[in-house]
Design a protein around this ligand. Structure first.
Ligand code: NCD
Length: 313
């Protein structure tokens, strides 16, 4: 993929590796305009006559509904398949056949699936653009784009920041995508997790190859004071084969008022959500809490991507 926004037309979005600083700037610029459009007029008729198929084989609240809202605010329509058990998937239909079916009716397909590489498989069979909305423990590129957009909007910079990623770095696909995307910038990392939930080899290899400085630690208190971005994650219960192991690690890290008293005054706390105890509700009113902005930004980023893929950016 080259760097102009026009070159996104007709493309798939499968991995953050497709993006560089120039294309990120272009997407963020459009997302910013989408926000203004929504705030002033509620949306626009840019994608009138276009249809999105929203195909979710795994649970979702934010990703699914923000793609729906993004399409509808741009005048397009949505085929929602959030309950694959009520689709022909439950009759044993293969992924290629489901995709071939949906592209007869839709102009773009969003897919979330438990298997790594499923979105790429879908894209292989589809002639229409396919967007990866999370492929198992693989990637979640549109989440990483909205995460990075939030950092830019909240802190007005990305370079020179120290990013502290916390929790389930092994199974958390948002961490994999965001870490790789941040390699486009001059940042440093602290990866905080119990030993068994460290980053997978391919992600740590990418960080090593790029020469970014990083450390891997198990204690959040000792590093909280350095964080410009604190990126919390949920321990991904559904990925564990041994639930006793999940129980051992699920409550390792909690952001509460006591922890925040040791954090910088100018920093942000992020979380892709859903949270299941990693961030105390007492933090929600702290001006450094950015996780609700992330949710809002998700719609603007997805509006920008849909417009770009459908050639209307
Ligand atoms: C994340 C996901 O599905 O990977 N959620 C999201 O899309 N905002 C994170 C998670 O489920 O923990």
């Amino acid at each position: 993929m080259t760097n102009t926004i026009e070159s996104f037309a007709g493309e798939d979005i499968l991995s953050v590796n497709q993006f560089d600083r120039a294309s990120l700037n272009a997407v963020f610029g459009i997302a910013h305009e989408m926000r203004i459009l929504v705030e002033r007029f509620g949306g626009a008729e840019l994608l009138q006559g276009k249809i999105l198929a929203n195909l979710f084989y795994e649970p979702s609240t934010r990703t699914s509904s923000s793609f729906t809202a993004a399409m509808q605010r741009l005048g397009g329509q949505v085929i929602p398949i959030n309950n694959v058990q009520y689709s022909s998937v439950s009759k044993g239909e293969s992924l290629p056949d489901t995709i071939r079916t949906l592209e007869c009716y839709a102009d773009v397909i969003v897919i979330r699936h438990p298997d790594v590489g499923a979105a790429a498989t879908a894209a292989f069979y589809a002639k229409k653009p396919v967007i990866n909305a999370g492929d198992g423990v693989g990637e979640h590129p549109t989440q990483a784009l909205l995460d990075l957009f939030t950092v830019q909007e909240e802190l007005q910079q990305i370079d020179e920041l120290k990013v502290v990623m916390v929790g389930d770095l092994r199974y958390g696909r948002t961490v994999h995508s965001l870490t790789k995307l941040l390699l486009n910038y001059n940042v440093s990392f602290v990866f905080v997790s119990p030993e068994i939930l460290r980053l997978p080899a391919d992600v740590i290899d990418a960080v090593n190859a790029s020469g970014h400085s990083y450390s891997q630690v198990e204690d959040l208190h000792s590093v909280i004071g350095e964080a410009d971005v604190l990126y919390m994650t949920r321990v991904q219960r559904e990925r564990f084969t041994d639930l006793a192991e999940y129980d051992r690690v699920k409550d390792f890290f909690v952001v509460d008022s006591e922890l925040m008293s040791q954090a910088k005054e100018k920093m942000i706390v992020m979380h892709p959500l859903p949270r299941v105890g990693e961030i105390s509700y007492a933090i929600d009113d702290d001006p450094r809490a950015a996780y609700f902005s992330q949710m809002r930004n998700g719609m603007y980023i997805r509006m920008a991507l849909l417009a770009a893929l459908l050639g209307k950016a």
